[in-house]
Design a protein around this ligand. Sequence first.
Ligand SMILES: Cc1cc2nc3c(=O)[nH]c(=O)nc-3n(C[C@H](O)[C@H](O)[C@H](O)COP(=O)(O)OP(=O)(O)OC[C@H]3O[C@@H](n4cnc5c(N)ncnc54)[C@H](O)[C@@H]3O)c2cc1C
Ligand SMILES: *[C@@H]1O[C@H](CO)[C@@H](O)[C@H](O)[C@H]1NC(C)=O
Ligand SMILES: *[C@@H]1O[C@H](CO)[C@@H](O)[C@H](O)[C@H]1NC(C)=O
Length: 522
Amino acid sequence: MTAPHKNIAIVGAGVFGLSTALHLSESGYKNVTVYDYQPYDESAYDPNAGCDSASADLNKVYRCFYGKQTEYQDLAFSGRETWLNWNKVIASSAPEDLPKGLTPNDQLLVINGVIMISGSKELSEVDQESLAALDRAGLRHHQHVLLDKQDIQRLWDKDAEDPSHWKDKIESLNKAGGGGLNGFIDTSAGFTYADKACVWVRHLAAKAGVRFVLGPEAGKFDQLLVEERECGKRVKGLRTADGKEHFADVVVIACGGWTPSIVPEVENLLETTAGSVVTIALPKDRKDLWDKFSPEKFPVWAYGVSGSTGPEFGGFYGFPRTADGVIKIGYRGRKWTNYQTHPKTGKRLSVPKTRYTVDRAENLPKKAIDNIKVVIAELFPELKEIGITDTRMCWYTDSIDNSFVIDYVPDYNDSLFVASGGSGHGFKFLPVLGKHVVNALERKPDQFTQLWKWRSSEPGTPANGLEEGEQSGRNLADLQLAEESDWSFKEASAQHGSKDHDRAFANVDQLSPEVEQIFISA
Ligand SMILES: Cc1cc2nc3c(=O)[nH]c(=O)nc-3n(C[C@H](O)[C@H](O)[C@H](O)COP(=O)(O)OP(=O)(O)OC[C@H]3O[C@@H](n4cnc5c(N)ncnc54)[C@H](O)[C@@H]3O)c2cc1C
Ligand SMILES: *[C@@H]1O[C@H](CO)[C@@H](O)[C@H](O)[C@H]1NC(C)=O
Ligand SMILES: *[C@@H]1O[C@H](CO)[C@@H](O)[C@H](O)[C@H]1NC(C)=O
């Protein structure tokens, strides 16, 4: 158990490590050190400059609708004010007071609306649950059901009062399914500029006294320093790759997809899996597309993610263009694994493989590219002539039930702690997550203690895919990878229309049973 006089070492400077560090320092902890092998002070979390953590990205969805999972709805809303306040503080800062990677023109959270398109003319069950839960919380005025005349009229009224191009935003998705699909738009939701948000929170934490030890040698976790005593074992610190020993009362492992290879005890609780992401860089001379896909006129969208009423879509989502004209689109219907032998334990487990790991990821599985292309052709045929510019495997840390894992590792006498299991939806909680991590560290029960506690799956029961192990059909070694030539739409396979739509969804493999479909929406 911790208290403010204790020394805390955090390994990992992604969302989970950063938020923990910030809240520890705000709770009076004077000796908090964060280790990461990424030189984030120089690279500013830029995904094109060597950063490959889930947190180091162009953008992430910020939404507060969460089906029946009202704990997450509450948590997302509880961070909203801080996000918006950070926008204000940055805007009013002098450029020289901001860290590398940020200027006063940067916003961290953009509330441009999130539109959920279901797979049919019906609202999916999860969407209905979300709307009912928001209604109970007094937040239903933020959402508008697309095929509900009155509800959508309220949106046009909003536009008249405060023009936010809501009509453009809704029309930009109206090719889905040939038009006329149901769904809803949430005007309180939007996206975060993920890399910039991490830069900002690292800056806040450092200003509050948190020490950062970064870089491929000094910041790289090598091993735990474990003390074996007669009465049991205890972690007394860690060794980094430069051979230095660092002592601490509690070591917090917040290594995202790398967590299972660092803490083997999580093997029945966490699995490292990849989401498929593509980017499309708009040509400079296509002012029409720069305009159409701008955050002012284009929403965050998800298609088929919560479509439990229609055919199993598998889930696609996308963002407005960035300031550099880059559109990001993701596919989460199938999550990939990369099973390898752990050098120390000899066990097989899934580990990240990115464009920057030694065993380099060069491309996505061909199935992912094929499915994404069909959805691009269906929703945004004008992007076909540009084609896919780049791809990325982005590594999730999925827990058996898609809830986070924030607790002490058993049998270490409260000296080793895990803050992970983001399960594809952790980013939006950056401002508030750490508050509850501190509660868990101090063993002060709160709303999330039960949800995030140490747990394990029952052998033989569905565990969000973890139970499938290496023989899941999702392991990269068993899959055909795409070639760069697959990124273009020039082949015959990419005419659009409903035939392609059917083909895409016939391609989507039978999903492993997702515990809560809502979580697959980021
Ligand atoms: C494709 C994809 C899309 C997503 N979309 C959304 C979304 O739209 N909205 C949302 O809210 N959430 C989303 N998420 C989830 C969110 O990104 C994650 O929950 C969150 O970023 C996880 O943060 P983390 O700190 O646990 O892990 P990470 O961000 O992966 O950070 C782990 C850190 O540990 C470091 N590390 C690893 N090994 C070592 C070592 N040996 N020594 C030192 N440091 C080490 C890494 O360098 C890294 O900095 C998405 C995730 C993915 C993968
Ligand atoms: C566990 O921690 C407590 C308090 O820090 C200490 O008194 C006790 O000796 C420790 N036990 C072991 C097995 O290390
Ligand atoms: C922080 O904790 C470490 C490990 O116990 C210790 O070596 C170091 O002196 C402490 N630093 C301060 C400023 O208290």
